[in-house]
Design a protein around this ligand. Sequence first.
Ligand code: NAI
Ligand code: MG
Length: 490
Amino acid sequence: MPTSTISDLLPGKLFIGADWRDAASGETIDTLNPATGERLTTLAEAGPADVGAAVDAARQAFESKPWATMAAADRGRLLTKLAGLVERDLEKLACLETLDNGKPIFESRYVDLPAIVDIFHYYAGWATKLHGETIPVRGPYLNYTLREPVGVVGAIVPWNFPLLLASWKLGPALAAGNTVVLKPAEQTSLTALALAELTREAGFPPGVINVVTGRGRVTGAALAGHPGVDKIAFTGSTETGKSVMRAGVDTLKRVTLELGGKSPNIVLQDADLENAVKGAYNGIFYGKGEVCAAGSRLFVHRKVHDAFLEKLVERTKKLVPADPMDPKTRLGALVSAEQMRKVLEYVEIGKSEGARLAAGGGRVEVGNGKGYFVAPTVFDGVKNDSRLAREEIFGHVLATLVFDDLEEVVRASNDNPYGLAAAVWTRDIAKAHNLAARLKAGTVWINCYNAYDAAAPFGGVKASGFGRDLGMHALEAYTQTKDVWVNLKD
Ligand code: NAI
Ligand code: MG
């Protein structure tokens, strides 16, 4: 897709009540292609008045026909329709995602977009399967529950999987009958705008889905603090998650937070080393390591450490960042100059902490030389109490640590503020399940990494947040229970 057509394809406007409009203030921001540093197009920046209008549109749609009285089956059909339209436009959406985010087109085309189609189909099915129960209470009463939507949902999503994470919120929210104001990340808003147009084409009533673009501290903060929002579904950094939670205190908003991670990827002595090397590699290099669940702390048993690292480094050296739009590319550009600076700063931190740089570590020139490309980086000899091992880098920088026994690796894995995911590589099923139980994380992968499914719940513990996206578990946060008593005494 030539970048010059983006502004023709997508109005750089806000999508409120199914209308495209400029920000009341007329403010705009640029969105860049991280592979070239060049401007792709301009976005409108929603201020408090625009966010207010979007929340009002969502409230109105929530309270009135046709959405408020729509049969669950028809809500499901709308989601099915949306899934079909995303599938129809898969190629265009994949290109937009890659141009905006810098991830390889291979990933957008074969991972993100197909997953989004799956998610809308999965939650389409749930619309008719959410129901209450009858409860055998004492006394002459019929007691039953109604499972109701919570109201207006503010969905705030980050830039690493822009449309995919939006679908994680939209799917369950819409299946349950809520209305949504979606705030994509300012770095990567294009696919959310394209999706907005598809929701209109699918036939969602005006106001059911609204999209407000703009910076976090302007648009995001206005949404997080708006009294008309009943629930905030947030994915992003732990710091921002805390401020979103604080902003919701006065109006007692429901909040779910899917935050950062520093996930341990543990290779036991008896692991299938070839597979474990691939798992370690994918765990940190997939999605440029800009993945909340990235396997960024690699624990390798001392007995296999040297052989393992040699294989991993050999593989890593063959991974060369390249033009994200090239179908052969497997490592793209980091999302922004800011993110690249952060990643390179951690490389320096690693060196100054005395870790050994085993691969990568520097910026790489690709194309016009202005893109945010960094060589895939592996550090060895990292200490678990160092910043390199404790802090989320959110880039393809791996910290490798050694361990001697299981107790030690469980303790070290859990000795971190985060608790999003963990993985274990072993042929011993007892050890695998024991570790799965003992690791403090929302997801544990055994002999695999970065496996996701629309039906499998995902979320964190500790500083990685709370609440679950995906699966039937996500629906809990988008519904509330009403209890009804009926006097049967005649
Ligand atoms: P961020 O957490 O600030 O941004 C995520 C979303 O929140 C964006 O849509 C942003 O516009 C919005 N936002 C920002 N400030 C807000 C506020 N005060 N109120 C409401 N919404 C707000 O992440 P950022 O600054 O883009 O990246 C910084 C670091 O955060 C990364 O280096 C990475 O470590 C971490 N991060 C983690 C993610 C995850 O999935 N766990 C995703 C993105 C970033
Ligand atoms: Mg961009």
